[in-house]
Design a protein around this ligand. Structure first.
Ligand code: NAD
Length: 490
């Protein structure tokens, strides 16, 4: 085994911290409320309002009133406002990136990547807002013509997780605005500041002040029970764990709300003997380490064919053992802190369980002492199928590697999960890539690459990974209802 080498915690760059803190100071946050902390240091960096149920229902009322006027705007008006919002977000790329790193921890370079990805949804839906939608058909027996139209679905409640504080918000808010809907947004209490700032920029760009309401609260369950029961709400879009998604679907069922659910994943990453080794290692490292593994599409279970397994494990272990772990503001940091100490405890438990069951440790394997919530990137080889790390969503920087012999075996094991969000296939055979991708039960497949998300692609899961799609034209349809007019003809 190679020695665990993290390059040590890199001291935070003071000027970068200043920049983030200046943005936070500009948000005009309340003096009392919920504390927001920097996961790299544990230091408190701001406070957000703790809005109760009455406040949340007032937000519903305000957004609903604004939404009625917004629903009557033209597609071009909506597109213009979204283009202006996109331009402002791009102009504030550095402010947004520093804020993301400060409250969420990811390395600044990755935070810039999230800004590019997150703002792309705003541009995409600015462009999509004016695309003709609807249809015209003749009734087969004659006598009438059928015109189908798409109308805004109505007031949408948008609930987002902490791992991509900008992108998870923009890929819901932008299509809602493009479709003609108002929104009440509830960001994660761990990372609310980026969403507050992005919505402030939306207002400066010309989005009506009341149209998008941000509700921060320490009681997510009271919020959803009250808000989803309100008759003015017509839609819920949630990104987060499958467990919470199920609860929200039950609540949504009572008022028959349109529901989009982007839930948990357990992505298989399959490497065949005929893969390009370098490409496979690089793709696997990207699919594992992006956001320190705290991504719903992070590669979770590595299945590697026997003939390439030793070389692949060696390559991944070398790369993971060498990456720099530390403050997201530190030079060359590749892996930042995990979101909190509970996440670190969970990585420890996964590792211990796998080792007790006979897995081999090839890199990392332990928490990093000191301030903040750090865990060394870890490679576990020959992980037994029953280990927790081979069964559950890891949400951290552990690569859990299993070996396989045949293609059939790989497909069967990849599908042996209730989740179906992302999968990855590495092979130089196009036939094999497509055949395997067709048979894997998942909403998206990265072929010879580890970062498949794109604003132009319909992101979403099958099985218990969710319902609905975000991004692409399909993402707009989630905020529209289809109606038809049947026009009698003589
Ligand atoms: P989480 O489910 O704990 O929380 C997500 C959001 O839901 C937060 O804003 C939280 O405050 C809120 N919430 C929790 N209970 C609620 C309730 N009863 N009513 C209303 N809101 C409630 O998830 P998390 O820990 O923030 O994020 C990690 C999970 O999210 C992982 O399972 C990950 O796979 C999933 N995720 C999925 C996607 C996707 O697109 N499929 C993307 C990112 C994260």
């Amino acid at each position: 085994m190679r020695a665990t080498t993290t390059a040590g915690l890199v001291p935070a760059d003071a000027s970068a911290l200043d920049r983030a803190d200046r943005v936070i100071a500009g948000l005009g946050l309340p003096a009392t409320g919920i504390d927001v902390a920097d996961p790299a240091t544990g230091a408190q960096i701001g406070r957000i309002a703790d809005i109760d149920v009455d406040g949340a229902l007032r937000a519903v009322e305000t957004a609903d009133a604004a939404g009625r006027a917004w629903a009557r705007t033209t597609p071009r008006q909506r597109a213009d406002v979204l283009h202006a919002w996109h331009a402002l977000l791009v102009e504030h790329t550095e402010d947004l990136a520093h804020l993301i790193t400060r409250e969420m921890g990811k390395p600044l370079a990755e935070a810039r990547g999230e800004v590019a990805y997150g703002t792309d949804f705003v541009r995409w839906y600015a462009e999509e807002a004016v695309r003709p939608a609807g249809n015209f058909r003749e009734a087969p027996a004659g006598g009438s013509s059928i015109l189908t139209r798409r109308a805004p679905v109505g007031l949408a409640v948008l609930i987002t997780p902490w791992n991509f504080p900008l992108a998870m918000a923009t890929r819901k808010i932008a299509p809602a605005i493009a479709a003609g809907c108002a929104a009440v947004v509830k960001p994660a209490t761990l990372t609310p500041l980026t969403t507050i700032f992005a919505v402030e920029l939306a207002r400066r760009a010309g989005v009506p002040a009341d149209l998008v309401q941000v509700v921060t609260t320490s009681s997510a369950s009271r919020f959803s029970s009250a808000v989803l029961a309100d008759a003015r709400v017509r839609k819920v879009s949630f990104t987060g764990s499958t467990e919470v998604g199920r609860t929200l679907l039950e609540l949504a069922g009572r008022n028959v709300l349109r529901s989009s659910m982007e839930l948990g994943g357990n992505a298989p990453l399959i490497v065949f003997d005929d893969a390009d080794l370098e490409r496979a290692v690089e793709g696997a490292v990207a699919a594992k380490l992006r956001n320190a593994g705290q991504s719903c599409i992070a590669a979770n279970r590595f299945f590697v064919q026997e003939g390439i397994a030793d070389a692949f494990v060696e390559g991944v272990a070398e790369r993971l053992a060498d990456v720099r772990v530390g403050s997201g503001f530190g030079d060359g940091t590749v892996v930042g802190p995990l979101i909190d100490d509970r996440a670190v405890a969970s990585m420890k438990a996964f590792t211990e369980d796998a080792l007790e069951r006979g897995a081999e440790l090839r890199a990392g394997g332990s928490a990093i002492e000191g301030d903040g919530s750090f865990f060394a990137p870890t490679v576990l080889d020959r992980v037994p199928e029953g280990a927790d790390v081979a069964q559950r969503e890891i949400f951290g920087p552990i690569a859990a590697i299993q070996r396989f012999r045949t293609q059939e075996e790989a497909i069967e094991r990849a599908n042996a999960t209730e989740f179906g969000l992302a999968a990855y296939v590495f092979t130089e055979s196009l036939d094999r890539a497509l055949n395997v991708a067709d048979r894997i039960e998942s909403g998206l497949v990265g072929i010879n690459q580890g970062v498949p998300s794109n604003a132009a692609a319909p992101f979403g899961g099958v099985k218990q990974s969710g319902l609905g799609r975000e991004g692409s034209a399909e993402g707009l349809e989630e905020y529209q209802s289809v109606r038809f007019y049947n026009i009698a003809r003589r």
